[in-house]
Design a binder for this molecule. Structure first.
Ligand code: CA
Length: 241
């Protein structure tokens, strides 16, 4: 799955609404677009998977009771995805029982709203979650003297900027984010280009080569090591600040 490179201000954040009832979807579309958000809609979890595959939203509003795959099951599957698992999610539910709420949180929900809901309350929750997610984006990844600032998309070694193209940046981010874990070429392909894209596995080698070349200027090319028979991993004394 490919998250878009580039950052949006909070006002133009995109929200994916997954709701099968047309009236509620209409209400959400009206409320959220008037508040300045960009809306993507899905009538079912099956549709939502396709939307997410094309472009990762900044937040998801998920109805619990959906035809076919339920909202809970959808969230469970999203949790398995490295990128989508980090997107804040609000669940819409008609069920008020504590047990149900707990089940929702276990499945990776950040917040929930019980139907019928006040649009003002929903907007307040959305704003709060986006703010929280925005500050989480300030995270820095460091290792082997390389400092990656996730919010500004900058990579530095001893204060000097390392110039990377978007794909090399995402590749480095994936490897630094998963310290010591070796990724196969096909895993890297999935994460960087999405499962549906047709890209040759050798493309991964090309980007690894470019990344190493960029790091060589800073004497850091050994940070990307080849794991024989597997693929690549980040090599270095990693810490997540
Ligand atoms: Ca429903």
């Amino acid at each position: 799955m490919i998250p878009e490179v580039g950052f949006k201000s909070m006002d133009t954040a995109s929200i994916l609404v997954i709701e099968d009832e047309p009236e509620i979807r209409e209400l959400l579309r009206f409320t959220l677009s008037r508040a300045g958000y960009e809306i993507q809609e899905a009538e079912s979890a099956e549709d939502a998977f396709k939307v997410v595959e094309r472009r990762l939203p900044d937040l998801m509003v998920v109805d619990w009771m959906l035809p076919g795959i339920s909202g809970i099951e959808f969230l469970r599957r999203m949790r398995e995805d490295d990128y989508a698992s980090e997107v804040p999610k609000i669940m819409l539910t008609a069920r008020g029982e504590e047990a149900s709420k707990l089940k929702g949180f276990v499945a990776g929900v950040d917040d929930y709203i019980t139907k019928p809901f006040s649009t003002r309350e929903l907007l307040a929750r959305i704003k709060a979650l986006l703010r929280r997610a925005g500050s989480a984006g300030d995270e820095e990844l460091t290792g082997n003297g390389i400092v990656m600032s996730v919010s500004s998309h900058e990579v530095r070694v001893d204060g000097d900027a390392v110039h990377l193209r978007p794909t090399e940046y995402r590749l480095l981010q994936l490897l630094m984010k998963n310290p010591r874990r070796a990724f196969s070429r096909s895993q890297i392909l999935d994460r960087l280009w999405g499962r549906s894209a047709y890209v040759d596995e050798r493309t991964v080698d090309v980007h690894v080569l470019r990344l190493r070349k960029a790091l060589r200027e800073f004497n850091r090319e050994s940070s990307i090591s080849t794991v024989r028979g597997v693929g690549y991993r980040f090599c270095g004394n990693l810490s997540k600040d």
